[in-house]
Design a protein around this ligand. Structure first.
Ligand code: ZN
Ligand code: ZN
Length: 603
């Protein structure tokens, strides 16, 4: 089944659900119901509010309709008649959408756009599914409900109308929908496994991070164990970037409004930034913002000295902290947060250098994928559209075509799996979003890379070329490890919390079998600690058995129980995480082995 038709069945399934809800709860009002990954959702307002227990009832009704081959019938009406129809049905949200289409000629949200015509002059397309349910919808739909494959309603959550907390709260009912029952079952199993690997659950159990009401929502606090993960990732980035010719910089967390106006982030991204801080300095008002992105700061570092073509490429890297004002309803564990540390860097280069630089960025990704055992990945390459030149995109068609070709050629030549999407580029150049799949097959958006041929000029960034003329460099924005928040939540799921030794917060646990052996155990631990190996001695009041269970639940890679034999210099019997076998090895050999494993960042 092709993706477009699959999406049609998914969207039709949303209508089917809405139709079932209308029959069961005749006063139900509907918001929007778009297609999402693996299925669909529909926002609905029902009094009293629905609960998980209501979902099977709705599902049963949908299956009844499916059996009866309920048809999808399209109707067309002028906008005023459509408004009247939804007013009669007390579908206030649909009326609001139609009215705003009528007044402004457009609506604001993409999810709403999907169901509305582009202009109020066109006839409004409606779909009737079942006796009672008519929806505002551009379509297309399946002819009848039996064409929809296997589905399941799996979640119900709160969602504000139009994503705004001042609006009424609706309920968002999520469904999965696939062509076959086997595909649905596979996803259900994957989700079951994902639940066990949920980064919020494991984050708590493994003491990686926490949130505090006093600090604020979406502002994660890294606990000692989580900080080790972040530090190890930074060490990896520092080494890799050093070898690739990057220089590290550090920048403050705030900057003046003017800089973001020049960069173009203000006013366009004002919604995503924390509100301004207005300072009174020597009788002048100065406005500051928390930084939403590191780029403009780095541009100022580039501008801090005159550059010649001989200095290029200049590669500036920073694990930069950024702040973004995500809606509170959008916050989700570490995946959607308001403060984040980004594996950021900006490469300033000439057009001639672009190919090699861009290729090196791609290669860095591949190197990381290998280290983390990421087997499936995809680069989504977003390009401009001619119709948007001068509006959505800076008006220089040649430069767009040239840069896009350079990027495309590299992707093809290197056989990188990619997908090209027209008309989704950034304002100032083409971009690549990197998608990766975890060990259990769930997709994550890791990072975005952009080619920027506009902003360096806005800041007047220059270099003196070999012929003595002044030119503007290109800038590549890249962040292969994304943000700590997002990447670590990926790693938690990917490894199910059982991190490879080089990343594991505790690498070895020592457990003395009794008071008598504590001293010998401490000596062993000190030997390993002196080699910077993270060890923990688990003694105290617990029994040996309880300590062993605790070490296992903390997913510590190696565990050594110290008794008479071990203390007197015999070989150790090292318990290796995830296996029943004991590794018979001398203390010295084990030290060698684990050091090698850590240094080479073995999986
Ligand atoms: Zn629809
Ligand atoms: Zn940037």
């Amino acid at each position: 089944m092709d993706k477009t038709y699959l999406d049609t069945t998914r969207h039709s399934c949303a209508h089917l659900m809405a139709s079932a809800i209308t029959e069961l709860y005749p006063k139900a009002k509907f918001g929007v119901g778009p297609v999402v990954e693996n299925g669909f959702y529909y926002d609905v307002f029902v009094q009293p509010r629905l609960t998980e227990e209501d979902l099977p009832k709705i599902e049963a009704k949908m299956r009844e309709y499916q059996k009866a081959k309920l048809p999808f019938i399209q109707l067309k009406k002028p906008i005023d008649q459509a408004i009247e129809l939804f007013e009669k049905r007390e579908q206030t949200f649909k009326v609001e959408l139609l009215n705003s289409l009528k007044e402004k000629g457009t609506t604001r949200l993409q999810t709403e756009d999907a169901d509305l015509p582009k202009s109020a002059d066109e006839e409004i397309s409606l779909y009737q599914t079942g006796e009672h349910f008519i929806d505002l919808c551009r379509g297309p739909h399946v002819e009848s409900a039996d064409k929809i494959g296997a589905f399941k309603l799996h979640n119900i959550a709160g969602a504000y109308w139009r994503g705004d907390a001042h609006n009424p709260q609706l309920q968002r009912i999520y469904g999965w929908c696939f062509e076959t029952a086997a595909e649905l079952k596979k996803l259900e199993e994957q989700m079951e496994e994902a639940k066990k690997r949920d980064h919020r659950k494991l984050g708590k159990e493994l003491k990686l991070f926490t949130f505090s009401d006093l600090v604020g929502p979406g502002l994660p606090l890294w606990l000692p164990h989580g900080t080790i993960l972040a530090d190890e990732l930074e060490n990896l980035a520092k080494e890799t970037e050093f070898q690739a010719g990057f220089q590290r910089v550090r920048t403050p967390h705030i900057a003046k409004e003017e800089m973001y106006k020049i960069s173009g982030h203000l006013p366009y991204y004002a919604d995503l930034m924390f509100p301004p801080m207005v300072m009174d300095e020597d009788g002048h008002k100065t406005t500051y913002y928390l930084k939403g992105m590191n780029c403009p700061h780095h541009h100022q570092i580039y501008a801090s000295e005159p550059r010649s073509y001989r200095d290029l490429p200049v590669r500036l890297a920073e694990y930069g902290t950024c702040y973004r004002y995500e809606q509170s309803g959008e916050l989700f564990g570490l995946m959607r947060v308001r403060s984040m540390q980004m594996n950021d860097a900006h490469i300033y280069c000439t057009e001639e250098q672009f190919n090699a630089e861009f290729l090196a960025v791609i290669e860095m990704y591949l190197k990381y994928f290998k280290i983390f055992g990421v087997e499936k990945y995809l680069m989504r390459f977003s390009t401009h559209a001619k119709s948007g030149l001068g509006k959505k995109y800076i008006n220089n068609e040649n430069l767009w075509l040239k840069t896009e070709k350079m990027v495309r050629d590299i992707l093809v030549k290197e056989k990188i799996p990619y997908e090209e999407i027209a008309d989704e580029a950034a304002f100032y150049g083409p971009k690549i979003d990197v998608q990766i799949w975890s060990a259990i097959g769930r997709e994550f958006t890791l990072a975005t890379n952009q080619v920027d041929f506009a902003v360096p000029a806005r800041f007047g960034l220059l270099y003196k070329d070999s012929d003595g003329t002044e030119k503007t460099p290109l800038c590549i924005h890249r962040a292969p490890l994304g943000t700590h928040e997002r990447f670590i939540s990926f790693l938690i799921e990917h490894y199910a919390g059982a991190f490879p030794t080089w990343l594991a917060p505790t690498q070895i646990a020592f457990i003395p079998v009794g008071e008598k052996f504590v001293e010998a155990t401490n000596k062993f631990a000190t030997n390993f600690k002196n080699k910077n190996i993270r060890t923990e001695v688990m003694s105290g009041s617990s029994t040996v058995g309880a300590n062993i269970r605790e070490a296992a639940s903390q997913k510590i890679p190696y565990l050594i129980v110290v008794g008479e034999k071990e203390a007197s210099g015999d070989d150790w019997a090292v318990k290796v995480r995830g296996t029943e076998d004991l590794l018979k090895i001398s203390a010295e050999k084990f030290l060698e082995k684990i050091l090698e494993e850590i240094i080479s960042r073995q999986e």
